[in-house]
Design a protein around this ligand. Structure first.
Ligand code: SF4
Length: 351
């Protein structure tokens, strides 16, 4: 934001200098000639100065936004509680409307709109705590959700969320982003993707058990570099190619990632950390029962979003600020629920 302000101020300076030059030129060409009214440039300068003042005021009143990596993330002068998020329509500045839906009647048991802070978009904690609060208010016990089946898409897969599910004793199914790669159902798609893939993977390297070394597609040797590296609960052995050989290799475009050539590093998975929640979840999702339960998720929750979006015409938030956006989202959730109660209520004695 500071950089943006500096850029605007620099542009204003440039425009002012340009104007002075033009005025001097006019003076030389037509003696005593004056400027006629407010030029387009003046209007542009005025607009830019207002923008710079607005940013300056914003910077004084707001602390920098810090993302989950601990680094400063982009603020927004118009609505600083909103956030950049990746959607099916590209990257948008806005809020993410979330809903926790019951599988029997598709009633929303808790809803919320999230924007501020990258990590807030897909946190199970606030949704679950909100749902528990709602259950308490209708007389259900604190442990109402314990043992219940819970599904969430892979956007929610994170150690924090899995810990929360574990703490609440949920029978949770929250797959990681690579679960489809392990699912035989998607084998055809995997083959198609493999044809498109550019970078050499582990399958393209040949292992020599006698020397504990790998041979790359160019016939070069990768030696053991790290005996044990743990990433997300998976234990790897790491093999490294000779940097000089990679630098001059004709296949490097298909093998190395990024511009900095450090020699190809090959991660070979050799096991997992026992009791690691991420690995336990992957193992659970990869079972027949796990896949069957998770497959039901789309049929439960997606029609709810489709109903709100297409039948109730709520395809974008029209307000600014988290409180107002949240109220707008909850109103639509309520309207959805009223429809469900009208439909199913008589079966339970509600008329
Ligand atoms: S970039 Fe290095 S590891 Fe990759 S094929 Fe070439 S020499 Fe082998």
């Amino acid at each position: 934001m500071k950089r943006k302000k500096e850029k605007i101020e620099k542009k204003v300076e440039q425009l002012l200098e340009q104007q002075v030059d033009e005025d001097n030129k006019d003076d030389d060409e037509q003696e005593g000639g004056g400027s006629s009214g407010i030029s387009d440039e003046n209007k542009q300068i005025e607009k830019l100065q207002k923008q710079a003042e607005r940013i300056e005021k914003f910077l004084k009143e707001n602390a920098p936004k810090i993302g989950k990596q601990g680094r400063e993330i982009r603020s927004n002068v118009t609505d600083n509680e909103s956030a950049m998020m990746v959607s099916s329509h590209g990257t948008l500045q806005g809020y993410n409307g979330q809903a926790l839906v019951d599988s029997k009647h598709q009633v929303i048991v808790h809803g919320g709109a999230f924007g501020s802070g990258e990590d807030e978009h897909y946190l199970i904690g606030p949704m679950l705590d909100g749902a528990k609060e709602n259950m308490r208010s209708i007389g259900k016990g604190e442990d109402y959700f314990a043992g219940k089946t819970f599904t969430a898409d892979s956007n929610y897969h994170s150690p924090t969320n899995l810990k929360k599910c574990d703490k609440e004793h949920l029978d949770a199914y929250v797959p990681d982003k690579r679960f489809r790669n392990r699912d035989p159902k998607f084998e055809d798609g995997k083959r198609r993707r493999r044809r498109k893939r550019k970078r050499f993977s582990l399958d393209d390297f040949h292992y020599d058990e006698a020397t504990d070394q790998y041979r790359c597609p160019d016939g070069k040797t990768l030696r053991l570099n790290t005996k044990r590296a743990v990433v997300d609960g998976v234990v790897y052995r790491r093999y490294l190619a000779n940097r000089d050989e990679c630098e001059t290799c004709e296949l490097k475009a298909k093998c190395l990632q990024g511009k900095n050539i450090k020699g190809r590093l090959l991660n070979v998975p050799v096991g997992s950390v026992p009791g690691h929640l991420t690995k336990l979840m992957a193992a659970k999702i990869d079972t027949e029962q796990g896949r069957r339960v998770y497959d039901q998720r789309a049929g439960i929750v997606e029609p709810v979003f489709a109903n709100i979006r297409f039948q109730k015409s709520m395809d974008r938030f029209t307000l600014r600020g988290k409180i107002k956006v949240n109220v707008q989202w909850l109103l639509y959730c309520m309207i959805h629920n009223i429809g469900k109660i009208l439909r199913y209520g008589p079966r339970y004695g509600f008329t």
